[in-house]
Design a protein around this ligand. Structure first.
Ligand code: HEM
Length: 613
């Protein structure tokens, strides 16, 4: 095997002697700031570690690559948070949140909670949430209830004296720390803008199931029949169960699943359920392929099953979910989806793989869609609910009392929350459950925009085809008058108004579930993912691509099929499973849901002898 070339994780170029000297002087930097890349080859398919996703930029697409931006960062001195125009601190995001948004629960009339689960999985697939542990468990940026302004990693949120919910309590400060940056791990000096460091592949590649590195992938494979290592827990096929991240498991909950990414995979119930389905799906596909191709080796079965699994996951994400969120007509017009039975060869080597910084901030908007309680159903009967934050880091619940099956049926029947300014109280008051006295997710979301150094909302209006506002009234085109009035009272200057605050209050575009700026950001990101990824499922211009008949099989499947095949005790399902049940979307027996015909992968010429050992 050829030796890997060492790439600078941040700059994306082979490492230079000068950089090597710099890194040698900092702690751990050689392992944390360098991405080894084996030379890209023409024949290969998608790598687990994300390298060679675009051979022109071989290290981009790997974990530890920086998140690209639509606009340059704007920080205060020494990478501190950007101050307001007059030099003062920007207003409390708790004040902004409670003034602009309400606590409560309205249900959405179209989507099921399954759609929220899938959205959360897609978020956890392309950016890591390791920084969460720091403020949830370790750091206290509210010592004595006073915001700590000395420690540079602290960005606590002040709580006003007359806070509508917390005024009766002693809480005057919400604990929060900054995300982890290249500066912090030692890859960059503080003289460069603080860029976020994330160890997850920034791609839609099911890294939750397969891992982010070749090493991790080797640990979770069984090397038998192309399968991932599994065991039976009762009658449920599950991964090994001794991961250490289920900090919240309570006796008798013991399992913590060894998913490819076992930190992200065990995070919240929607994520561990969905990761479980796609884990099982891999093994199911591998077994089907083994039946059709008796001579295939473990390696061939594994890689093909993985390719099909990721292809259908991308298909479901783009065509079944996001096309509904952004409007199918819009998605077609933008080139996010296509109506074709051929390839869509829109790979463009000029695009560097990655996930936009603005995307991972802006899509926090979907927290408004996330129910604060997760319903349990059995045989179409509601049997109770679980507070969503209480199930964080707690996949041990799945094995107890039929919970996996009950949550699965619940995901199909429970509506998602409405896309509006009203957010579930479990998320606005206690998203960290009982680990902190109080925690407000949308207020944190707004704070993360500052943490990322995002320029003002006005700058995004400009690149998204809206007129930058000169007067407060200029915001009326996207934000209701009453909300603009609140902005005017809280912010001193139009240029201080922030992107994430605006995303939470913009009026929805017709036929979509997002406001205009988030629409613009999501569209940019979805095009980037398609164009920068040589292995995107609809691309045909590389030797390992799906054939046209295979691609068209993938286009027949659906999230309903994935649940029928892998959900615990799913026997019937509504065909459009991201939508609520209705007389037009009535549950049918699983046999009626179309899926992939694996005979399209029959390949009698492929026999291992000289192909591989
Ligand atoms: C509709 C489903 C959901 C979507 C689309 C979603 C989306 C996101 C995104 C994009 C991020 C930013 C990731 C990053 O930059 O690191 C995030 C962060 C986060 N989400 Fe969600 N999420 C969903 C559900 C949930 C649920 C059920 C919880 C649990 C209560 C949750 C809690 C969090 C937390 C704690 C963070 C990090 C907060 C911080 O910045 O410190 N999310 N989410």
């Amino acid at each position: 095997q050829e030796a890997p070339i060492l790439y600078d994780a941040y700059f994306g170029e082979p490492i230079t002697a000068k950089r090597n000297d710099y890194l040698a002087g900092t702690v751990n930097a050689t392992s944390l700031c360098i991405i080894p890349v084996l030379p890209c080859t023409k024949e290969e398919g998608r790598r687990v570690d994300g390298t060679c996703t675009n051979p022109k930029y071989p290290s981009r697409g790997a974990g530890m690559s920086p998140l690209p931006r639509m606009l340059h960062a704007q920080f205060g001195a020494g990478n501190s948070l950007r101050p307001a125009r007059d030099g003062s601190e920007l207003p409390s995001t708790r004040l902004l949140r409670t003034s602009l948004m309400a606590d409560g629960t309205f249900t959405n009339h179209h989507f099921s909670t399954l759609a929220a689960h899938f959205m959360a999985v897609a978020a956890a697939d392309n950016v890591d949430l390791l920084y969460l542990l720091r403020y949830a468990l370790v750091s206290d940026c509210c010592l004595g209830n006073t915001p700590n302004r000395v420690n540079p990693i602290c960005i606590p949120i002040p709580v006003p004296e007359d806070d509508p919910y917390l005024r009766g309590s002693q809480v005057r400060c919400l604990n929060l720390t900054r995300v982890i940056t290249y500066q912090e791990v030692g890859c960059l000096p503080n003289s460069l803008p603080a860029e976020r460091y994330s160890v997850v592949t920034p791609l839609l590649d099911l890294s939750l199931v397969y891992g982010n590195t070749e090493l991790r992938n080797r640990q979770i494979r069984s090397y038998n029949g192309g399968e991932l290592a599994f065991r039976m827990e009762g009658n449920r096929e599950v991964p090994q169960g001794n991961s250490v991240f289920c900090l919240n498991n309570r006796p008798p909950e013991v399992s913590c699943y060894n998913f490819g990414d076992d930190y992200q995979g065990n995070l919240v119930s929607g994520i561990y359920l969905t990761t479980m389905w796609f884990f099982r799906e891999h093994n199911r596909i591998a077994r089907r392929l083994a039946k059709v191709n008796k001579c295939w080796t473990d390696e061939k079965l594994f890689q093909t099953a993985r390719q099909i699994n990721i292809a259908q996951y991308q298909y479901i994400f783009y065509y079944e979910l996001q096309a509904e969120i952004l409007g199918r007509k819009n998605a077609l017009a933008e080139g996010i989806i296509y109506e074709t039975d051929g390839y869509v060869n829109d790979f463009d080597y000029r695009y560097e793989p990655g996930v936009l910084r603005e995307y991972v901030i802006g899509t926090r908007w979907f927290h408004t869609f996330q129910p604060g309680r997760t319903d349990l159903y059995r045989k179409r009967k509601y049997i109770g609910n679980r507070p969503t934050p209480d199930d964080e880091y707690r996949s041990g619940i799945l094995a107890i009392n039929n919970t996996e099956a009950d949550l699965t049926e619940g995901a199909l029947i429970q509506p998602g929350d409405e896309f509006d300014y009203v957010i579930a109280p479990d998320l606005t008051q206690r998203y960290l459950a009982d680990v902190q006295l109080a925690s407000d997710l949308p207020a944190t979301d707004m704070m993360r925009g500052r943490d990322a150094g995002l320029p003002p909302y006005n700058h995004y209006r400009k690149i998204c085809g809206l007129k930058p506002a000169k007067y407060w009234e200029d915001f009326y085109d996207t934000i209701d008058k009453d909300k603009v009035e609140v902005l005017r009272r809280i912010y001193d200057d139009i240029e201080d108004v922030e992107l994430m605050v605006a995303i939470y209050i913009e009026r929805l575009l017709p036929d979509t579930y997002v406001g205009p700026t988030l629409y613009c950001i999501m569209t940019h990101n979805f095009l980037l993912w398609r164009r920068s990824d040589k292995f995107f499922f609809e691309h045909g211009d590389f030797p390992a691509a799906l054939t046209i008949p295979q691609l068209n099989e993938v286009r027949k499947t659906s999230i309903a099929r994935v649940l029928c095949d892998n959900g615990d005790d799913v026997k019937e399902i509504q065909p459009a499973a991201f939508f609520r049940r209705s007389h037009r979307n009535y549950p049918v027996p699983c046999e009626k849901i179309p899926g992939i015909d694996y005979n399209m992968w029959k390949d009698e010429h492929w026999c291992p002898k000289d192909k591989e050992k």
